[in-house]
Design a protein around this ligand. Structure first.
Ligand code: NAD
Length: 479
């Protein structure tokens, strides 16, 4: 493969070759820490999508004809090459979307581990099963690959999101056209430079909505795996409905945290700071609504402010930087306006909230108290390093308010009271973390609740989503 990322203009990878887009319009990748343009790439077109889908369609029967072991071996080989280039990928992610290199390394390692885990899962998944029926006949269930899959990803975990979607799809025998985010194409291009799969099995179309929309609506794809905002997810879901293909939608969140009165305050404040500020708060499961029991609220806020103070922000290429910039000025405007709206309605900024007067889309770790559930800071996804704190008089009130949201991605609870933990299990969310945040090594099966998405994923559910079952019923006399 060529060193595509050494050139300033990125290209598509279709049918095993790097090729130019059929549309001349170029977009820019801007380093959010320096505001400099670091690469250009095509905005994409329906013609690029047609080309890539046709290549994936041609390649699919042969890819499926390989044994599961052969497919898994090829995927694991790719995982090995990606792992060997972790530093380079983390640096590319830092330049294209701001994540500090040290933070990025950990998430890329998790993505590679996930790719390996899904390859392992494929080796154990029941692509064929059968049972003897009471009448002497037999019933066989075959799980076929769905066919050609479209994968559309966001920018906040460029490498990890791509790898998480691809493992089960490829291992099941599907071929794929992937369209990464227009804000972070560099690291995905690097992943393709490390690829060694048969031509057409995995194809890359770069671009923004000009590529995403025709891909999601394409009549010759069978499935779309979309990760992104609720607004775009609704459009993708509608397009899938019209085309009658399957869609898995992993969308935004407004995740609550409940902090009970019996916790170790400094360590939970430290954990909440991490859950609110890591990746500059740009995680779908970031902690965005924090309900704290009144008995410990004052001390908890003091500890959280202390933790926020220590959250050094800057260019993530520099050592010691814990938080990079926001991805762009548009994202910073969303954060700024939600904070301004909360303050105008009586909330108090305890630390942060001021945009620094220098280059880069930076925003400091911010703690806000006195928020109401009706404020935009508590109802809309923020995607920034802001921890809004509401005080509750009972744990039950925390559960009730945490459950009142248009979103339902994940929730986190800190408590040592067994009854309280039982109550918290019923918060409508795809994942509930108890006395930890994220620390499950990615082993989770869930379907987001409410507007946070649809379609179950994780472990065997991802293989169910990547395959189509058919039943073969064999009459008694012929078995
Ligand atoms: P986005 O919706 O703007 O874009 C996501 C992708 O969709 C991009 O590749 C974009 O080009 C493409 N796209 C946009 N409009 C489209 C359309 N009409 N048809 C087809 N494709 C289209 O989201 P973003 O700003 O890149 O990412 C941030 C969002 O993603 C946040 O809301 C975050 O919570 C969410 N997210 C969710 C998860 C999850 O697992 N639930 C994980 C990461 C991010």
């Amino acid at each position: 493969m060529t060193a595509e990322t050494d050139t300033t203009t990125l290209r598509n990878f279709i049918d095993g070759a790097w090729i130019d887009s059929r549309d001349d319009t170029l977009l820019q990748v801007v380093n959010p820490a320096t505001e400099e343009t670091i690469a250009r790439f095509p905005r994409g077109s329906g013609a690029d999508v047609d080309h890539a889908v046709a290549a994936a369609r041609r390649a699919q029967p042969e890819w499926h004809a390989l044994s599961v072991d052969d497919r898994v071996a090829l995927i694991v080989g790719w995982a090995d090459r990606i792992e060997a280039r972790t530093d380079e990928l983390a640096e590319l992610e830092c330049r294209e979307m701001g994540k500090p290199v040290d933070v990025g390394r950990g998430f890329i390692a998790a993505g590679v581990a996930g790719l390996r885990a899904s390859a392992q899962e494929a080796a154990n998944y029941a692509f064929e099963s059968s049972s003897d029926d009471p009448d002497g006949g037999r019933t066989q269930i075959l799980r076929h690959p769905v066919g050609v899959a479209a994968v559309i990803t966001p920018w906040n975990f460029p490498v990890t999101m791509v790898l998480a979607a691809l493992g089960p799809l490829l291992a099941s025998g599907n071929t794929v056209v992937i369209k990464p985010s227009e804000r972070s194409p560099l690291s995905t291009v690097k992943l393709f430079e490390l690829l060694d799969l048969p031509a057409g099995v995995l194809n890359l179309v770069l671009g923004d909505v000009h590529a995403g929309q025709p891909l999601a609506a394409h009549n010759d794809i069978d499935l779309v795996h979309f990760t992104g905002s609720v607004a775009a997810g609704r459009k993708v879901g509608a397009a899938s409905g019209l085309a009658l293909h399957r869609s898995t939608l992993e969308l935004g969140g407004k995740d609550p945290v409940i902090v009970d009165d019996d916790v170790d305050i400094p360590s939970v404040a430290e954990a909440v700071a991490f859950g609110s500020f890591v990746n500059t708060g740009q995680i779908c499961t970031s902690m965005e609504r924090i309900y704290v029991h009144e008995a410990i609220a004052a001390e908890f806020v003091d500890e959280l402010v202390k933790a926020a103070e220590a959250y050094a922000f800057g260019d993530g290429l520099e050592p010691g930087v814990m938080m990079g910039p926001l991805v762009d000025d548009r994202q910073r405007d969303i954060v700024r306006s939600q904070v301004a709206d909360a303050v105008s309605q009586g909330a108090t900024v305890r630390i942060g909230g001021e945009i620094p007067d220098h280059t880069g889309y930076f925003y400091p770790a911010t703690v806000i108290t006195g928020v109401e559930d009706s404020m935009s800071l508590m109802t809309e996804e923020t995607f920034g390093p802001v921890a809004p704190i509401a005080v509750v008089s009972t744990f039950a009130e925390g559960v009730e308010r945490a459950s009142r949201s248009a979103f339902g991605l994940a929730a986190t609870v800190y408590s040592h009271n067994a009854d309280h933990l039982e109550q918290a299990k019923h918060i409508p969310a795809g994942v509930i973390w108890i006395n930890q945040w994220q620390g499950d090594g990615g082993v989770r099966t869930y379907e987001p609740a409410r507007a946070s998405g649809m379609g179950a994923t994780g472990t065997t559910a991802s293989f169910d989503a990547a395959t189509r079952p058919s039943t073969i019923r064999i009459a008694p006399e012929s078995s």
